[in-house]
Design a protein around this ligand. Structure first.
Ligand SMILES: CC(C)(COP(=O)(O)OP(=O)(O)OC[C@H]1O[C@@H](n2cnc3c(N)ncnc32)[C@H](O)[C@@H]1OP(=O)(O)O)[C@@H](O)C(=O)NCCC(=O)NCCS
Length: 435
């Protein structure tokens, strides 16, 4: 018998089945042949929240959570964060290889020349309430781009797809900046093609009356590094949404809006905002020990610690911690950093957290940097969505090009009634109480 197989005995029938194991996985469809009789539907696997189900084969992002490893297309995240620009990494994620100089120049040119928003999109955004949350504005506006580019519906044509990919990557910062300025009541700033991706974003966010906005290089680089770190993270909730909605052949604007909606949830992209609230609540270094003690006693979790996949130091958190120091050299030290460092020191030395493998995650330090740079907490998830758009689009392309993929359609384990006798309205005696 081949070694890479799994033998299962069905104790209901005493039948034995052998199914192949490939890359550490068995195919759920192989279980369907396990039946009690020919009429039986066959065995299903039940996996709420996809705790142990691979939904695709992928060659984009690799994570080894036990060892704290994150790689894009085989390159360690630390190397990319040190040597590349965000758009260089975007190219790598989307096309599988790092660009050479000429390819990068073309790519940057293309993205730069798609950053403008149609005036109707601007008008659309002006219609939001003065206090609209920037993330809700971003989600709705990305969906609205579908009305501006109806040809995007032809998702089978690779050239057409690439055009929409460029537009989405280019327009995300423009939409994000407009949503920010709208919430402040400031006039919108148009993109400046002389500037890099992050410098231009900063220009659209913060330019007031100066004829030319000049970003502080250290801050522009820090934002670029943060964008690299957030660009993809394999099959997380929003990537899964992107693949699932995209599998219905929905256009990329509506699909990306759906993924961004998933990211907007506090369990996904919103945790960095919670970290800031927690650090405010702790207030000073002397209170850290007592706060940790309360968390251990079950009174709330320490935000920014723990991860479903990483059971080691999140490699992105290490880079962010270094980046924080570079940002603070320009902005001045955010006093919350000292509280954060003390919290990390105590946690990493505490039996409770060591036993549960709870380490700082990407959200622990990112909020502190964003705040020092002048962002309000409502913008944090928007700052996550800009670079993650690249990851979503890479996952979307991979899904569309995968001959094994079809429309995503999970099964269910039925727990409801068998067929019931209908009772006419006048004869019903008991009603289900209104919730
Ligand atoms: C990220 C997170 C949702 C992962 O959850 P998970 O993989 O389902 O892990 P669990 O919730 O089962 O946690 C396992 C154990 O560690 C504890 N734990 C997990 N995260 C903790 C935290 N941040 N603070 C204190 N205890 C924590 C749990 O209470 C549990 O303890 P128990 O075994 O005594 O019951 C969780 O760690 C968390 O809520 N962290 C804080 C929020 C956050 O930073 N999110 C951003 C993620 S990038």
């Amino acid at each position: 018998m081949a070694q890479d197989t799994l033998t299962i005995t069905d104790n209901r029938t005493n039948q034995t089945y052998t199914i192949p194991i490939e890359k550490g996985a068995v195919r759920a469809m192989d279980f369907r042949k396990i039946k009690t009789d020919p009429e039986d539907f066959g065995l299903m696997t039940y996996d709420p929240a996809f705790m142990n189900t691979a939904s695709c084969r992928s060659s984009i992002t690799f994570i080894d959570g036990e060892r704290g490893i994150l790689r894009y297309r085989g390159y360690p995240i630390e190397v990319l964060a040190e040597h590349c620009s965000f758009l260089e990494v975007a190219y790598l994620l989307l096309f599988g290889e790092l660009p050479n100089e000429a390819e990068l120049q073309d790519w940057v040119y293309e993205i730069t020349h798609h950053t403008m928003l149609h005036e109707t999109t601007k008008k659309f955004m002006e219609g939001f309430r003065y206090n609209a949350h920037p993330m809700a504005m971003l989600v709705s506006t990305v969906a609205a781009l579908s009305t501006v580019y109806p040809q995007a519906r032809d998702i089978r044509d690779p050239k057409n797809r690439l055009l929409q990919i460029k537009r989405l990557i280019a327009k995300m910062p423009s939409i994000a900046a407009m949503s920010y300025r709208h919430s402040l009541g400031f006039p919108y700033v148009y993109p400046d093609n002389d500037l890099s991706y992050t410098e231009n974003f900063m220009n659209m966010l913060w330019r007031i009356v100066e004829p030319k906005y000049v970003a502080t290089p250290a801050l522009a680089r820090a934002l670029d590094v943060l964008f690299i770190l957030h660009a993809d993270h394999e099959q997380n909730c929003s990537a899964n949404t992107m693949r699932s909605v995209g599998s219905a052949h929905t256009d990329p604007y509506l699909t990306t809006a759906a993924a961004a909606a998933a990211l907007a949830g506090p369990l996904h992209g919103g945790a960095n905002e919670e970290v800031l609230k927690m650090l405010d609540e702790i207030g000073s270094m002397e209170n850290v020990s007592a706060y940790v003690k309360r968390a251990k006693e079950g009174h709330g979790k320490l935000m920014g610690f723990g991860h479903r996949v990483y059971k080691n130091y999140d490699p992105r958190a290490k880079i962010i911690k270094r980046t924080a120091e570079q940002v603070f050299e320009v902005t001045g030290r955010n006093p919350k950093l000292d509280i954060a460092l003390e919290l990390e020191r105590i946690v990493l030395d505490d039996e409770y957290f060591i036993k549960r493998k709870l380490y700082p995650n990407v959200d622990f330090y990112s909020g502190i940097i964003y705040q020092a740079m002048g962002f309000r907490p409502e913008m944090f998830t928007v700052l996550f969505a800009i670079p993650r758009t690249v990851g979503w689009l890479a996952q979307w392309q991979e899904m569309l090009n995968d001959p094994e993929q079809k429309i995503a359609r999970p099964r269910q384990v039925w727990t409801g009634h068998e067929v019931r006798q209908f009772i006419p309205l006048a004869k019903r005696t008991t009603a289900a109480p209104l919730p």
